[in-house]
Design a protein. Structure first.
Length: 425
């Protein structure tokens, strides 16, 4: 067959020609990736599951999300408890109550799982970088609570997770729940497998996230030198040589069904996608922010280093979080406090205050208070192809872009051919 014919054949294939096998289950090979802080809502994850794929909720700032979803008062009560420390530059004293953290996670996960319909699965995206002033204990509490509350699977994200399997190896569900890891390089995967080998359990799937993804990136500021397909091939070939058979799920910049098919033909078991769903009705972003995503052009998106996690992050350049010099809000939030109770934003903020002692408000350009700004949907993190979202819908009479149903987007990935994107009726 000529190269041209091969391309034509590929263009006519659909994602629906493939299935993801996870244990005994057969799924539509579309995974909607986790988008913290409640951007990938329970509603969005539940739609992906109803349609036979996999959806993710996120465990980022769950007490905060629970307050919004269930009208609990975790944040208010924590702020009340630590109010005495608000003006203090040191935040080490601010601790999470593990019992309450478990309670909030149980609510978020439990209610989501109760609402699940259909043959798909709901997983939780669990970020190691949410160090919460006690990295091991808070991570263990979150993982255990998610397992206790019936989550179908846990995707370990934002970190190498070298000790995460060990944290839950004694849990009765450790061997049946689906466990996966997100990596951006073969080396990260090798390290994870080596460190987790002692638990006698392999991951059930590996998400390979390339440099075009949204959220934090597993690359340095030289991200543009890497490409997803090469990393997938490197990992696929290494796994073959090692006789390892773990489903591989590429992510980052897979914008059309045909993009997805290209990866499936390469040996991927499924694809993980997110950006297209940021403009769905079920997504947690407020509609005015979703319109910003639609409006964005290619040059309106940047990868910067303002996240205090130390990972580069992609976002819209007009995100209100950029340059904002608000007082650190750790007494209410504090999700990024490291094991010594510090955060790069606190250091940056304190530096600016010391430099401008008479200023009523300071500007902090190099870091941002990510907890507060993610909570308020003011850090508009997005994937590289956000500038193509406008081509996936129609415009309303007032010039705004029409939001899409998650079902429409999911089916477009599942059934479209020839690099086409179906517009809504
Ligand atoms: C708005 C947004 C927020 C995200 N937040 C997270 C997150 O909290 N944790 C994570 O592991 N990945 C996060 N991601 C990455 C996605 O889960 C997914 O792997 C990736 O964006 C897929 O690429 P695509 O957006 O080009 O489809 C986020 C992506 C977006 C677009």
């Amino acid at each position: 067959m000529s190269g041209c014919e091969t391309m034509e054949k590929l263009a006519m294939k659909r994602v629906d020609d493939f299935r993801l096998r996870l244990g005994k289950q057969e799924l539509v090979p579309i995974v909607v990736g986790g988008m913290g802080v409640d951007i990938s809502t329970a509603e969005l994850a539940l739609e992906a599951a109803r349609l036979g794929g996999i959806g993710h909720i996120s465990d980022a700032m769950v007490p905060t999300v629970s307050d919004r979803r269930f009208n609990t008062k975790y944040v208010k009560n924590k702020l009340r408890q630590y109010k005495f420390n608000v003006a203090n530059t040191e935040k080490a004293v601010v601790q999470f109550d593990l019992g309450l953290l478990v309670e909030a996670t149980a609510l978020h996960v439990g209610r989501t799982m109760e609402a699940k319909r259909g043959d798909g699965l709901v997983f939780i995206n669990c970020m190691e970088k949410l160090t919460m002033n006690a990295p091991r204990e808070t991570l263990r509490a979150r993982l255990k609570a998610a397992l206790d509350s019936g989550i179908d699977g846990i995707t370990l994200a934002a970190g190498l997770h070298l000790g995460s399997f060990a944290l839950i190896e004694d849990h009765p569900r450790f061997r049946d729940v689906k466990l996966g890891i997100i990596v951006s390089s073969l080396r990260a995967l090798q390290l994870f497998l080596k460190k987790s080998a002692r638990t006698g359990r392999l991951p059930d799937y590996v998400v390979i996230e390339g440099p075009l993804a949204g959220g934090h990136l597993g690359f340095g500021m030289d991200w543009a030198k890497y490409d997803l397909a090469s990393i997938v091939i490197e990992i696929r070939d290494w796994m073959k040589a090692e006789h390892l058979d773990i489903p591989l799920i590429p992510a980052g910049g897979i914008f059309t069904g045909t993009d997805a098919v290209t990866f499936m033909e390469m040996g991927a078991a499924a694809v993980q996608v997110a950006t297209r769903f940021t403009v769905s009705n079920e997504c947690g972003l407020p509609e005015d922010v979703q319109q910003e995503y639609f409006k964005a052009g290619e040059t309106d998106i940047e990868v910067n280093t303002i996240s205090p996690t130390g990972y580069p992050m992609r976002m819209l350049k007009n995100s209100p979080a950029i340059g904002s010099g608000i007082r650190p809000n750790c007494e209410a939030f504090g999700y990024l406090l490291d094991s010594t109770g510090s955060c790069q934003y606190i250091e940056a903020y304190n530096r600016e205050v010391a430099l401008h002692p008479d200023a009523k408000k300071v500007k902090v350009m190099d870091k941002t208070c990510l907890c507060t700004h993610m909570r308020n949907f003011e850090c508009w993190t997005c994937g590289h192809y956000t500038y193509r979202l406008k081509d996936t819908t129609r415009r309303n009479e007032d010039g705004s872009y029409r939001l899409l149903s998650a079902e429409h987007i999911f089916h477009d990935y599942q059934f479209s051919t020839d690099n086409k994107v179906a517009l809504p009726d």
